[in-house]
Structure formats: structure tokens, C-alpha cells
Design a protein around this ligand. Sequence first.
Ligand code: MN
Length: 259
Amino acid sequence: MKILLTNDDGIHSGALWYAAEQLRDLGQVVICAPDREQSGVGCSVTLQLPVRVVDFPSLVEGVRAYAVEGTPADAVIVATEVLFDGPPDLLISGINHGSNLGEDVLLSGTVGAALQGYFRGIPSLAVSITSLNDLVLEPAGLLVRALARQVAEGALPRPLLLNVNLPNLPLEKLEGVEVARLGRRSYADVVKVGDDGRRKWYWISRSKPIWEVVEGTDIWAVRHNRVAITPLSTDLTASPQLAPLKDLSHELSEALRKG
Ligand code: MN
């Protein structure tokens, strides 16, 4: 089994190498990850500049590694199109520092990388732990191993894109795994304004999220000490609004016809 491992925290992230260590006996593991932190870049792809890639000295025996001067999505594109000998059988993005719950999936570089695998028909997992520091990695390691085995056995549906979030808890405190839908979690972005003497600058930062803790969601699951697994698809169509908007389309067509 060929496993491509990437992340958005950068190739120096210990959690990325921990995942490599946990997976290496399951197949051929290759790391291709951004050379620096790229959290929050979502699906962003570099189109205006060349993407440079260098061999990275591996920290895990038997695992090849490449550092990419680009986004997580760039890393997956380059790895799958050029570096790998044929497409990988599995893409894992993570283990990420910090949760990717609810609408976060639209901004997350971790999920953005996994999407690139999904677009190419590769079973893809985005794996996050809901803490920015002092990560408890063991449960995430066991889970990616178990999921990788299930992918290898063909036990999971295809196409596959799973968003996995683990509470930052040791095994004995975890209360199981919940298959959950995406919850709602909104942020009020805060903009700090400063002046460097020549120009103003603006620093966008995320304030505390406003949670909607509803049973059945990923947010609810991690709040209740459970691992949340959410299958994702890329259909963002607001289906319930198709019918009511059809009336509007007649009016718009009419407006165009009249000029
Ligand atoms: Mn990150």
C-alpha cells in the first residue's frame, strides 16, 4: 500500500512524523509537506509562481520526505502527479494541531490537502486534534492505522473523504468514535490595526468561535470526549433553495431579454 502523508503545519511538525512512524509498517510511506506552517490556506493552489521541492532528511527509517515551498494542496498535486510512481492508495493529511470542525473545513489547509486527494479519486483523510499544544498523539496514531487498514481491505465507501477530529485526551478518557455531520461554528474575525511608521497594517485574527453544540454534529462529539468522523463531499449546492430561486430566474431572464 502506498501512503502519501502531508499536513498544513509544515514538515517540521512532530505530529506529522509521528503519523509516519505509526504507518510505516503498513506500506510505502512518503511525506510531501509544505516547508513551513500553512494553516488556514484552505484549498489554495500556487499558480503564479514555480513550486520548488527539496528532499528532506527523513526522521523515520524507510520513509522518504519532500519539503514543498507551497501550500498543502500544492504538495499533494506535485506528489501525486510527479513524485509518486502512480497514484497513492491513501492520502493522510495531519496529524494537525488544532480542530477542524464545522465550517472550518472551508478554510482548513489540512482539509484542503485532503480535498486534492479526493479530487483524484484517492481515499483521503484529514486528521486533527482539538488542541494547539501538548498533543496526545497515541489515539490519533491508532486511529489512522485502523483507518488505513480499512482502506486497504476495501471496507470503506468510495470516493472517500473523511474529516476526523480527536479530542486531546488519552485513550482511557476517550468515549468512543462518533460518525457525525458538520456542525455550525462561526467566528467573529478581529482586525488589529497598527502602523509601522510608513504604512498602516492590518492583522486578521480569529477570536473565540461561537459554538452551536447540537447532538449528531462533530462539535457535539468532541465536546463529549468522542472522536468525530465526518464524511465530506464537495457538493456545496444549497438544494432546498433551488426551487424558490427558480422563480427568480424567470424574472432575471426577462430582465435580460428586455435589455
Ligand atoms: Mn494546521
